[in-house]
Design a protein around this ligand. Structure first.
Ligand code: PMV
Length: 357
């Protein structure tokens, strides 16, 4: 994964921008080892409206140095905390991009969703930055010309920033983690999921019901770490593999009911694992449970294939195929809206987009 050539000197400032989406895991990654390797394979829907746009401006340093030189702006303003984290990340990956220390860098990022909306942004932000870095390599070094190689390295680098970010570089559905049943799968990078999938799944909406905008009390990093001492850990990793088999089969055959059951079971398992960690912690809120009950009642009453998922936080992801979107709309606005602060509409998306040369 290392760039092979030395940089070509350039006097002028260059820039590169990528827009990269967030993603929602259906089979969840929870528990890791080594340098961000997952304990089990995961699969996610790539989203669309929830995305980060990142731009890297770079100009050759007048005098060389061994350190990465970074200026960083988040939503137009300097942000010391984000800058420190990003600088640490760039220092940690400079062996993959040896040219990084030869340039002064200005990275600017902005999210399409409000900063304190309660939506985790690491998947979209780390994938956007990884894609920009790969474009830099392509332009400066001349490698990564081939799209498959480009996206593979972008996914690999995104993974080092945030595991789930590895999946955001591909459209529709992405698979991450070594699995016997998936040719080409790897713990090091995600791959696009290209097996047969019933088109109904590619029409899925994913509306995010915001019940809290507060920052999580326990970070995902700490949560993954707590899996190491969790007495259910081994059973969980086996369960994730078993559920993956059933989920992929349900997507192949268009079995919405099985898909929805596994999707909800995965969300609840994730939070159950948090609750039985030592120390235990709870990220869901009372409104999260009220919404879960509403969704299950509505499904039982109407027979509509509408399901929920959760990330590592209290907000509900409302999942349903496009053909029932108009029925869902009035229920969402008249009933669900009453339980939450905001609803951000989203859907399965086409993957990242390069915005400039
Ligand atoms: O990518 P991380 O380290 O923030 O972990 C996120 C894990 C979950 O979002 C809870 C599940 C997943 O697979 O995305």
């Amino acid at each position: 994964m290392q760039a092979q050539h030395t940089a070509i000197p350039s006097e002028e400032e260059q820039q590169i921008s990528w827009k990269s989406p967030s993603n929602l895991a259906i089979i969840k990654y929870w528990g890791k080892y080594g340098t961000q390797f997952p304990r089990n394979p995961s699969i996610s829907f790539t989203l669309s409206n929830a995305h980060t746009t990142s731009t890297i401006r770079y100009a050759k340093k007048p005098t060389p140095s061994k350190e990465v030189h970074l200026e960083f702006k988040f939503e137009g303003k300097e942000n010391a905390l984000f800058k420190t984290k990003l600088l640490k990340f760039l220092e940690s990956i400079k062996s993959h991009f040896p040219f990084l220390t030869e340039y002064n860098l200005l990275i600017e990022s902005e999210n399409s969703f409000p900063h304190s909306s309660g939506i985790a942004s690491s998947a979209s932000s780390m994938s956007a930055i990884a894609l920009c870095l790969c474009s830099m390599e392509k332009s400066i070094v001349g490698t990564l010309q081939e799209e498959t190689e480009f996206l593979k390295k972008a996914s690999y680098i995104a993974r080092l920033g945030s595991g789930s970010a590895s999946r955001s570089v591909y459209p529709s559905l992405a698979f991450w983690g070594e699995s016997e049943r998936m040719a080409g799968s790897s713990n090091e990078f995600a791959i696009p999921y290209t097996e047969k999938v019933d088109p109904v799944f590619l029409s899925f909406h994913d509306d995010i019901l915001i019940v809290s905008k507060k920052e999580k009390s326990v970070s995902s990093t700490a949560g993954h770490k707590l899996m190491e001492g969790n007495v259910f850990a081994d059973a969980r990793y086996q369960q994730a593999n078993d559920r993956m088999d059933s989920l992929l089969e349900s997507m192949r055959t268009g079995d919405l009911e099985t898909f929805g059951k596994i999707c909800e079971d995965e969300a609840l398992t994730l939070h159950a694992l948090m609750m039985c960690s030592d120390p235990s912690y709870v990220l869901i809120e009372p409104q999260t449970l009220s919404l879960i009950k509403e969704i299950r009642n509505y499904r039982a009453e109407t027979g509509h294939p509408v399901y929920f998922s959760l990330d590592a936080g209290p907000n509900i992801h409302l999942l349903y195929p496009d053909h029932i979107a108009s029925e869902i709309e009035s229920w969402k606005n008249n009933v669900l809206q009453g339980f939450c602060l905001d609803i951000l509409t989203d859907h399965v998306g086409k993957g990242p987009q390069k915005l400039s040369a």
